[in-house]
Design a protein around this ligand. Structure first.
Ligand SMILES: Nc1nc2c(ncn2[C@@H]2O[C@H](COP(=O)(O)OP(=O)(O)OP(=O)(O)O)[C@@H](O)[C@H]2O)c(=O)[nH]1
Ligand SMILES: [Mg+2]
Length: 229
C-alpha cells in the first residue's frame, strides 16, 4: 500500500466545465497506468457519468450536503481515507463545488492524514475560467472568481472552442491582474485541447501544503484593509 496519495483539484465557477474536464483528465491519467479515483462534490445537475467510470475501472465517490472545503470537510477527509484504505489510488482527482475555496480543500484533504496512514501531496491547483462567460463572471461573481484565480497555480481558460479571441484575451488579462504568479493555459474540455497538458501538470508537479500565514498574506495583498472579512 502506498503511503503518498496525490490530491488534484479542478476548481472553477458553476458551469465552467469541471466535470467535462475531469472525465477527460482521469481517462488519460488512467491510460498511463495510474490508479485514479474521483471525488465529486455535487451541487449541480450534471453529475459524474458512472457508466463511463465503471467501464474504465476507476473509483468515484460523490459527496453532497454542503461544500467539502468547509461544511462537510470531515466527510471529505473520511472519503479520502476510505479510498486510500480500499483502493490505494495514486491520484485522487477532485471536482469541488463551483463555490469552493481551494485552500479550504487543501486543508480538508490534509485532515485525512489523521484518519489513516497516508501522506497527502497536493497537485497544482487548477482553476478553469469560463471564457465565453468572462464578462458575466467579472461582474456578477467577481469576488468568488477572483478567489479561485488567486489561489490557483495554473489557470486554464476553458471553452476556447466557443469563445471569441477577444473574450479569451480578456480572461487571460483578468487572471494576470488577479494572480500574476499563476501560469495561464488554454483548454477546450469539449474538444480535448489542453487536456494532456493538464495531465502532465497534475502528475509531474506539486503544490504547497495549506499554510494559514500564506493565505492571510495573499488576502492582505488582494484586499488590503479588507483582509479577514
Ligand atoms: N463549447 C464548450 N462547452 C463546454 C466545454 N466544457 C464544458 N462545456 C459545456 O459547459 C456546460 C457545463 O459543463 P460541466 O462540465 O458540467 O461544468 P461544471 O463546471 O462541472 O458545472 P457544475 O458542476 O454545475 O458547476 C456543459 O453544457 C458542457 O457541455 C468546452 O470546452 N467547450
Ligand atoms: Mg460538474
Amino acid at each position: 500500500m502506498g503511503i503518498i496519495m496525490k490530491v488534484s483539484q479542478i476548481a472553477g465557477f458553476l458551469g465552467s466545465g469541471k466535470t467535462t474536464a475531469v472525465m477527460k483528465i482521469v481517462d488519460e491519467l488512467a491510460k498511463d497506468g495510474r490508479r485514479i479515483a474521483i471525488v465529486v462534490n455535487d451541487v449541480g445537475e450534471i453529475g459524474v457519468d458512472s457508466k463511463f467510470i465503471e467501464s474504465r475501472g476507476l473509483r468515484a465517490r460523490e459527496i453532497s450536503g454542503g461544500c467539502i472545503c468547509c461544511q462537510v470537510a470531515g466527510s471529505f477527509a473520511d472519503t479520502l481515507a476510505l479510498l486510500h484504505d480500499a483502493y490505494d489510488p495514486d491520484i485522487v482527482v477532485v471536482e469541488p463545488s463551483g463555490v469552493a475555496i481551494p485552500w479550504g480543500l487543501k486543508r480538508a484533504a490534509e485532515y485525512s492524514e489523521a484518519r489513516t496512514n497516508v501522506k497527502v501531496e497536493h497537485a497544482p491547483v487548477i482553476t478553469l475560467v469560463d471564457a465565453p462567460r468572462i464578462e458575466m463572471l467579472m461582474k456578477a461573481v467577481r469576488r468568488l472568481v477572483e478567489t479561485q484565480i488567486r489561489e490557483a497555480d495554473v489557470c486554464f481558460i476553458n471553452k476556447v472552442d466557443a469563445a471569441s479571441e477577444a473574450d479569451i484575451r480578456k480572461a487571460e488579462d483578468f487572471v494576470r491582474l488577479v494572480n500574476p504568479d499563476a501560469e495561464i493555459a488554454r483548454m477546450s474540455a469539449e474538444t480535448g485541447e489542453g487536456i494532456s497538458y493538464a495531465c502532465g501538470i497534475i502528475s509531474g508537479r506539486t503544490s504547497g501544503r495549506y499554510d494559514e500565514a500564506v493565505e492571510e498574506e495573499r488576502l492582505r495583498k488582494q484586499y488590503g484593509g479588507e483582509a479577514g472579512r
